[in-house]
Design a protein around this ligand. Structure first.
Ligand SMILES: [Zn+2]
Length: 95
């Protein structure tokens, strides 16, 4: 399944509730899920971490749906087989 299709599935499942909740509250949920992922990364339970990754992309898709942003298009516009900063693949940026 492509990112676009996943986002469409999330729209079918949750758009009514997501749009009623609005951008700020949906963003808060996304932030909470990112924090939960961060907690799981401290441990060794890969299955639990996997579920948190799922929640993060689900809430990101919900937020993008409310904002009418196509996640796949946005991601590929910025990261299209090369680093957006140095234009290289793999990235050659110095940190
Ligand atoms: Zn780079």
């Amino acid at each position: 399944m492509e990112i676009h299709k996943f986002q469409e599935m999330m729209k079918h499942l949750y758009f009514e509730r997501d749009s009623a909740r609005g951008v700020q509250d949906t963003f808060s949920w996304l932030v909470d899920e990112v924090a939960e992922l961060g907690e799981e990364l401290k441990g060794t339970d890969k299955e639990a971490a996997e579920k948190e990754f799922a929640d993060v992309i689900a809430w990101l898709a919900s937020l993008a749906n409310i904002m009418e942003i196509d996640l796949e298009k946005a991601a590929l516009n910025k990261y299209n087989h090369k680093c957006p900063k140095c234009q290289s693949s793999p990235c050659q940026c110095t940190f």
